[in-house]
Write a protein that binds this ligand. Structure first.
Ligand SMILES: [Zn+2]
Length: 383
């Protein structure tokens, strides 16, 4: 990963490069920033720069043997730890190294913007919580006992440092207190308050802010085949999160489908056309579960936007033009009297569908509820 492949964050890149040029690289650094801000990519580019055999003033060379191994995430002095758990294949004592092949694929597939849920899906740990496991603490000790192979520094990137298993944190803390020579720990985290404070206090924090809209726009225009208008809409929705913007672009079609379905459905409910509602339900219930989940996520986003409209925070509604029109047309019907009940109902529906509830029953129940809720005027309140 080269610095120039990462959107924005020019000042942070310069500071990181300067630490290498001045030979004052701190042995434990915490890259802290929200999802989709680029913190993992920056840590990786930094590691590559530190190990590059022919570093340029503003970036790694990209072509030396070290850089080539970094590109495949397969440098012998580059190590990773990340949350894992048992799976069908790894039945006990899971550790990061068991998943290294999946990890490399995952990082490349995610375009160096890894997200936790997608990782859990990739390795199939399903509903289990991922953790940086006890076995990983042993693994660190093993790695530290070797000399580095090819580079001056051994570098360990710890992704989602919030996820230390409670048995790992004290051991890790000890390592940070007595840092081994020529070993760097680059921790990556999103939620400082979920981390152990003694660990934070032993790291140097590198704060990574959200990407600004202009940077996000430029990178998406260059990287995707999307039109300027689509990219503008994606940036408007994303709030500086590269991952959300990217997902938005890959789901542009689904978004329109969901919006049309939602509009038709609410119209039928408002007019109480029971026969047509039954027809609608039997059609939508035939969709794949993933499509239904995406539909309810869309519905929840609609409700959230309506809340913002009704609580006079209109500027906060970050939607595409078409969606905005749709939201304003819907807003007289979804209002202070019923909006929370809609939110609760869609939230439950998502939960039920995820846990294999019958889609026809779920949609029919919801339709009956919607018929009742849509009749409520802001002044009325019915339980
Ligand atoms: Zn190089």
């Amino acid at each position: 990963m080269l610095f120039k492949e990462i959107p924005g964050h020019q000042d942070i890149k310069e500071k990181l490069i300067q630490t290498v040029r001045d030979s004052r690289i701190s042995h434990a650094q915490l890259f802290l920033g929200p999802e989709g801000s680029g913190k993992f990519a920056l840590a990786l580019a930094y590691a590559q720069y530190i190990n590059c055999k022919a570093p340029q003033p503003d970036d790694s060379c990209g072509v030396c043997p070290s850089c080539i191994k970094y590109r495949q995430l397969a440098h012998p002095d580059l190590h990773f730890m990340y949350p894992v758990n048992t799976t069908k294949e790894i039945k006990k004592k899971p550790k990061s190294l068991d998943f290294i092949k999946a990890w490399r694929e995952f990082v490349l597939e995610s375009d160096y913007f890894p997200v936790l849920n997608a990782w859990y899906e990739k390795i199939g740990i399903e509903n289990k919580q991922g953790l940086i496991q006890t076995e990983d603490a042993r693994e660190v000790m093993r790695i530290l006992s070797f000399k580095s192979y090819e580079s001056e520094y051994k570098i360990m990137i710890i992704w989602m440092a919030e996820k230390f298993h409670h048995t790992v944190a004290p051991r890790f803390l000890k390592i940070l207190e007595e840092p081994p020579d020529k070993t760097l720990f680059l921790l990556i985290a999103e939620a400082q308050d979920k981390m152990i404070s003694t660990i934070i206090s032993r790291t140097q924090i590198v704060k990574i802010p959200r990407l600004d809209d202009q940077n996000l726009f430029e990178i998406l225009i260059n990287k995707t085949g999307s039109t300027e208008k689509e990219v503008r809409d994606a940036v408007a929705v994303a709030n500086g999160n590269y991952v959300v913007a990217h997902r938005f672009l890959s789901e542009v079609d689904t978004n329109d489908v969901n919006m049309n379905l939602f509009r038709d459905w609410m119209r039928l409910c408002y007019k109480k056309e029971i026969i047509n509602i039954e027809k609608f339900v039997s059609e939508i219930a035939g969709k794949r579960r993933e499509e239904l989940k995406s539909f309810f996520l869309f519905a929840l986003r609609v409700v959230r936007s309506e809340m913002l409209i009704h609580y006079q925070n209109e500027a906060l509604v970050r939607s595409s033009k078409e969606e905005e029109e749709f939201l304003y047309k819907l807003s007289p019907y979804m209002n202070a009297a019923n909006i929370r009940q809609f939110a609760e109902a869609f939230d439950k529906a998502y939960y039920y569908i995820e846990r294999n509830a019958n889609p026809s029953i779920t949609f029919m129940d919801l339709s009956l509820k919607a018929i009742r809720l849509l009749k409520l005027k802001p002044a009325e309140k019915v339980g």
